[in-house]
Design a protein around this ligand. Structure first.
Ligand code: HEC
Ligand code: HEC
Ligand code: HEC
Ligand code: HEC
Length: 464
C-alpha cells in the first residue's frame, strides 16, 4: 500500500511539474500576446493616469524643444481643440447613448484623442475646461511607452502600452537622469502611426486609412515614411543637457492645421485648345492637377470633414466674370464630386434629438465646381460627417500620392462677351470642415477657413 502510494506520489509530482511547465509556457505566450498590456478596446480601464508622466514633466526642463514643438502640433490638442470637443460632446456621446450599434465610441474616440483617459477608464472624460489629465491628449509618455501593436493591421488604437521607468526611443546612445532608455524600432515604422491613423467604424468600414493609403503608394516602395515628412530631422540636442545629433527627430506633426503644409500640395496647369476665339463658339480648357507632396491620398485622415475643390472663372476685357462649371466625366457616383445645393448630414439629428432634421447644405461651395473627395454614407445612404456612423463609402475621387488628374471646362462664349483678353483662372481651395456644418454646429471660423492650395491662369483672345 505504502509503496503504491509512494509511486502515485512520484507520478503526482510529475503531473504537477508538467502542469507547472505548461502553465509557464502558457503565461509566456500570453504575455507575448499582450498580457498584461491588452490593446484596443480591451485596454480600456487597465491603467491609471499616474502610470504616465505628464508632458510638462518631460518637457519643462529636459526636452524643451520637443515640448514646444509638440505644443504647437495638433497632437497636444487632440482632446481640447474646439471642433474635437464639439464633435465628441455634441454628437458622438449623445449618439452613442441612443444607438446600441455605436455605443462603443463613447469610450473609443478617446483611444486615439485622449489615450491616457481611455486607459484610465475615465469615460467620458471631464470637459476640457475642467483641466483634467485627459487634456494631455496624445502625450509624450503615451507614444514613448508604446512597444508594438496587436494583430496584422494597425488600426483603432491597437497599440500596446507598457508604461514605467523605461522610455522607448530611436537610439541606443545617451543616458538620462530621469528614466531608463530602450531602443525601439517600432517607433520608426508607419504601423506605429497607423494604430491611430487607420480607423474602422462600428459598421466595419475603413473611415480613416492614412497608413493603408501610404502602404499602397509609391512612398512605401521608396521607404519614405510618415516620420520623414512629419517628423523631419536636423542637427539638434534632443534634451537640453543631452547629446547633439545630426539627425534629431523633430516633433512637428504638421498637417491640415498648418496652411503652409496644404499650400502647393497640388500643382496646376491650365491651357485652352485654341488661342483665338469668337463669341458663340466653344473653347475647351484643360486643367492638369498633380499631387506632388502627400505620402498618402489628398485629402486624407478626416476625409468625412474635408473638402477640396476647384473653382474656374473667366474674366472678359470689361471685367465681367463668368463661372465655368466642370465638364462631367460620367463615372458612377460623380454627383458627389460636383458642388450642389442639396441637403445632407441628416444623421446629426440623432444626437441632437431631432428625428426629422432636414440636414444642412452638403457642400457650401459654388454649384458646378469639381470636388476631390470620398463621400461617407450613414446606414440610410445619406452623406454623413459622423465617421462612426458610416455604413458605406462612395466613389473615391481624391488624389493618390503623385497622381495626376485632368479636368476639362468647355465654355461657349456668350455673344455679349467683350472682345480682347479673356483671363481664365483655376483656383484649388481647401477647407478642413464643410462650411454649412461648421456654421450649424457653431464651430469657430478657422475650422472652415478657406486655404488656397494653388492657382493658375491662362489667357485667350476674344475676336470681335
Ligand atoms: C511624402 C511626404 C509625406 C509622407 C510620406 C506622409 N505624409 Fe502626411 N502629409 C503630407 C502633406 C504634404 C500633407 C498636407 C496635405 C494633406 O492634408 O493631405 C500631409 C497631411 C497629413 C495629415 C493631415 C491630414 C488632414 O486632413 O488633417 C495627417 C494626419 C498625415 N499627413 C499623417 C501621415 C501619416 C500617418 C503618414 C504615414 C502613414 C504620412 N502622413 C506620410 C506629406 C506626407
Ligand atoms: C505621436 C507620438 C509621439 C509623441 C506625442 C511624442 N513623440 Fe517623441 N518621438 C516619437 C517618434 C516616432 C520618435 C522617433 C522617430 C523615429 O525613430 O522615426 C520620437 C523621438 C523622440 C526622442 C528622440 C529623438 C532623437 O532623435 O533621438 C525624444 C527625446 C522624444 N521623442 C521626446 C518626446 C517628448 C519630450 C515628447 C512630448 C513633448 C514627445 N517625444 C512626444 C513619437 C512621439
Ligand atoms: C495615440 C494615437 C496617435 C499616434 C500613435 C499618432 N497619432 Fe498623429 N494624431 C492623432 C490624433 C488623435 C490627431 C488629431 C488631432 C486633432 O486634430 O484632433 C493626430 C494628428 C496628427 C497630425 C496633424 C494633422 C493636422 O490636422 O494638423 C499629423 C501630421 C500626425 N498626427 C502624424 C502622425 C505621425 C507621423 C505619427 C507616427 C509617427 C502619428 N501621427 C502617430 C493620434 C495619433
Ligand atoms: C483610430 C483613432 C481614432 C479614433 C477612434 C477617433 N479618431 Fe478622431 N481623429 C483621429 C486622427 C488620427 C485624426 C486626425 C486626422 C486628420 O488630421 O485628418 C482625427 C481627427 C478628428 C477630428 C478632426 C479635427 C480636425 O479638424 O482636424 C475630429 C473632430 C475627431 N477626430 C473627432 C473624433 C470623434 C468624435 C471620435 C469618436 C466618434 C473620433 N474622433 C475617433 C483618430 C481617431
Amino acid at each position: 500500500m505504502t509503496g503504491n502510494r509512494k509511486k502515485k506520489g512520484a507520478f503526482g509530482w510529475l503531473i504537477t511539474a508538467i502542469t507547472f511547465a505548461a502553465f509557464i509556457v502558457f503565461m509566456c505566450a500570453y504575455s507575448f500576446a499582450g498580457f498584461p498590456h491588452p490593446s484596443g478596446d480591451n485596454a480600456k480601464g487597465t491603467k491609471n493616469y499616474e502610470d504616465y508622466d505628464t508632458p510638462s514633466y518631460c518637457g519643462k526642463s529636459c526636452h524643451t524643444d520637443f515640448y514646444r514643438q509638440w505644443q504647437q502640433a495638433m497632437m497636444s490638442q487632440a482632446y481640447t481643440h474646439h471642433w474635437d470637443e464639439i464633435e465628441y460632446f455634441k454628437l458622438a456621446v449623445p449618439h452613442a447613448e441612443r444607438d446600441e450599434k455605436v455605443a462603443g465610441v463613447k469610450a473609443g474616440c478617446n483611444g486615439c484623442h485622449a489615450p491616457i483617459a481611455f486607459l484610465a477608464g475615465d469615460v467620458p472624460p471631464p470637459r476640457p475646461e475642467e483641466g483634467s489629465r485627459a487634456n494631455e491628449s496624445v502625450s509624450c509618455d503615451l507614444c514613448h511607452t508604446i512597444v508594438g501593436f496587436e494583430g496584422d493591421t494597425p488600426f483603432n488604437y491597437n497599440w500596446i502600452s507598457d508604461p514605467g521607468d523605461k522610455k522607448y526611443g530611436p537610439r541606443t546612445t545617451g543616458e538620462s537622469p530621469a528614466h531608463k532608455m530602450a531602443k525601439s524600432d517600432f517607433l520608426n515604422t508607419t504601423e506605429f502611426c497607423g494604430t491611430c491613423h487607420n480607423e474602422k467604424s462600428p459598421y466595419d468600414i475603413w473611415v480613416k486609412s492614412t497608413q493603408l493609403e501610404w502602404k499602397e503608394g509609391p512612398y512605401a516602395e521608396e521607404d519614405i515614411r510618415c516620420q520623414d515628412c512629419h517628423m523631419t530631422t536636423t542637427k539638434m540636442r534632443t534634451a537640453s543637457m543631452g547629446n547633439e545629433y545630426d539627425d534629431a527627430w523633430l516633433h512637428l506633426f504638421h498637417g491640415a492645421h498648418d496652411p503652409g503644409k496644404i499650400k502647393g500640395v497640388v500643382e496646376l496647369r491650365l491651357y485652352s485648345d485654341i488661342e483665338e476665339v469668337v463669341p458663340g463658339e466653344p473653347v475647351k480648357f484643360t486643367l492638369v492637377l498633380f499631387n506632388q507632396k502627400t505620402g498618402h491620398k489628398f485629402p486624407t485622415g478626416s476625409v468625412e470633414d474635408r473638402i477640396v475643390w476647384v473653382h474656374v472663372e473667366a474674366k472678359d476685357n470689361n471685367g465681367k466674370v463668368y463661372h465655368l462649371p466642370v465638364d462631367k466625366k460620367g463615372f458612377e457616383g460623380e454627383e458627389y464630386t460636383i458642388g450642389s445645393d442639396e441637403l445632407a448630414y441628416q444623421d446629426m439629428g440623432i444626437a441632437l434629438d431631432e428625428p426629422d432634421f432636414k440636414g444642412v447644405q452638403r457642400d457650401g461651395i459654388p454649384v458646378g465646381d469639381r470636388i476631390f473627395r470620398m463621400p461617407y454614407f450613414d446606414p440610410q445612404g445619406r452623406m454623413t460627417i459622423q465617421q462612426w456612423n458610416t455604413a458605406s463609402l462612395g466613389v473615391d475621387y481624391r488624389f493618390g500620392p503623385r497622381e495626376t488628374k485632368l479636368e476639362t471646362y468647355t465654355f461657349t462664349l456668350p455673344y455679349e462677351i467683350a472682345p480682347g483678353e479673356l483671363i481664365v483662372t483655376a483656383t484649388m481651395n481647401y477647407q478642413k470642415l464643410v462650411k454649412p456644418v461648421a456654421d450649424f454646429l457653431e464651430v469657430p471660423e478657422e475650422e472652415a477657413e478657406i486655404v488656397v492650395v494653388n492657382t493658375k491662369a491662362d489667357t485667350v483672345n476674344v475676336l470681335p
